[in-house]
Design a binder for this molecule. Sequence first.
Ligand code: OXT
Ligand code: ADP
Ligand code: MG
Length: 576
Amino acid sequence: MADAAVKTVDAADEELTDGFNLIIDALKLNGLNTIYGVPGIPITDFGRMAQAAGIRVLSFRHEQNAGYAASIAGFLTKKPGICLTVSAPGFLNGLTALAHATTNCFPMILISGSSEREIVDLQQGDYEEMDQLAIAKPLCKAAYRVLHAQDIGIGIARAIRAAVSGRPGGVYLDLPAKLFGQVMNAEDGRKSLVKVIDAAPAQIPGPEAIKRAIDVLKGAKKPLIILGKGAAYAQADDAIRALVEKTGAPFLPMSMGKGLLPDTHPQCAGAARSTVLKDSDVVLLIGARLNWLLSHGKGKAWGEPFTKKFIQIDIEPKEMDSNVEIVAPVVGDIGSAVAALNDAMGGHWAKAPAEWMGAVTKKRDENIAKMAPKLMNNNAPMDYHGALGVLKQIVKERPDAMLVNEGANALDLTRGIVDVYQPRKRIDVGTWGVMGIGMGYAIGAAIETGKPVLAIEGDSAFGFSGMEIETICRYKLPVCIVIFNNDGIYRGTDVNPLGTDPAVTMFVKGARYDKMMEAFGGVGVNATNPDELKRAVNAAMDSGKPTLINAVIDPAAGSESGRIGNLNPQSKLKKK
Ligand code: OXT
Ligand code: ADP
Ligand code: MG
């Protein structure tokens, strides 16, 4: 089909364009210069042509990983990350990442080729037949299909606007095979393209909302500020820092909100989490939902009897009162809302009472002091603390490196131990606690930021996207992967009482993931103690060479589900 279209172009007197070129032109016009995907019918030629036209096209080994790369590109840049897939199976592989982007409020567009509408709709068994639009709809903010070349400009403009305006999220764009080869007059084609103006307009909160929030904040004796990944996404770093420092209140960063202000900031209450949740009286939420990660804003974690007052800044009005009453809802974009609060607070705001900050600091320092000796052991095999002690120091020395993190113990202990110093440096499993983001995020982060990436991975977590180490080696990306290899999911000590198959959480004992990396020309290292780990990570971060370090962790060191074991249902009838 592509050949036929090209021939038509050559033969014609008038200047022509086609679907292939219009999609490329529309993306470029809107500054979307990177595509993450997997080629195949009907998008192979499109990928080639996009690459030849100067778009960076990164070919992955599985669409889910390309999708995760696109989703994190959206988080890091505030522009929709683009994932490109083939029809039915490729589309479905990308769909998990699209749903993930929507759930996490990251802007992303999944563009999938699709089969012939006439055949699909009559269910006559076309190649990779599937009604992709219908399937995508419940999992994204918006889903569009373009049938005519002259609508490509509008279709892409709608997709961009839907992805980044209001609460960001995933958008699906269905491009049937026939569209790519459709030919039209080049001038008409140019005119049909749309450069999206003000795609994510400021949403300025009303003055009454600001006044209400200020009044509540003024009455606080024990204020707390919670910084979520929405605050990181907003890129209003200076205004947020000014607000936090003006209040003199402790702040609690959610996992991907870490680094907005350094974890070592005197007001950081990350290491006194239980205390600030329980004892605070007024809580200002900035870009953080009261979902499971915050115990839904109620119950024991929040202190009983419940007397909390919540102020919430969020762009999504429906988020207010989702779990508990929000006494001061501030609906707007975080940049505008925080600026308005800063203005309203003026230059003489009374800081939070010293005894409150003092009590929080005391608890925080106690917890940090309790942790410190554990981080200094040089045991072999390593425990998580010994390994993370050296990684903590390495990140401190390289604060602009990107940190990717997934696993259970490998996630929770890294989150607690490794301080983050700059905004948007820590990217992880997000709202779903999903395994599999690792290599996609590492690739997306390396491409979008140009910074070295350190990926700290559980051995199970890594397995979900492990084949992408070939992609990392192929594009020579500065990614250092550390696999915390404890022979299994949570622990490597489970036993099947029947003694037949291995226990359900167990992997091959003593596996050497480093050898996989060598197969693709990367550097593989087996590290059995913290000293070896430190040397290997420093060498990788200095050289920028794709590196995978198999960090041998004591199989007994972890706990079931890390910090969230309480979420596992228990059988009263289970045989002991
Ligand atoms: O204040 P208190 O006293 O409470 O103390 C807290 C802090 O104040 C303190 N703290 C500190 N102390 C000292 N110093 C410092 N610096 C410091 N910082 C903090 O420490 C405690 C704890 O602090 P924290 O962590 O902030 O607080 P807490 O209470 O834990 O917070 C609650 C949460 C909920 C906010 C937090 O725990 C959180 O964010 N959790 C996220 C958990 C999560 O998402 N987990 C991933 C999912 S688990 C499971 O589902 C897995 N699966 C199933 C599966 C998944 N997920 N996906 C797919 C597609 N398929 C299947 C699988 C397969 S995990 C998994 C693989 C696991 O195996 P691996 O081999 O990969 O990993 P290993 O476990 O390593 O083997
Ligand atoms: P965390 O998991 O870190 O607590 P969540 O993903 O639960 O964070 O919450 C992020 C919130 O931030 C979402 O409710 C989303 O609507 C909001 N948000 C995202 N971007 C902006 C923005 N620019 N302005 C205001 N709110 C935003
Ligand atoms: Mg493990």
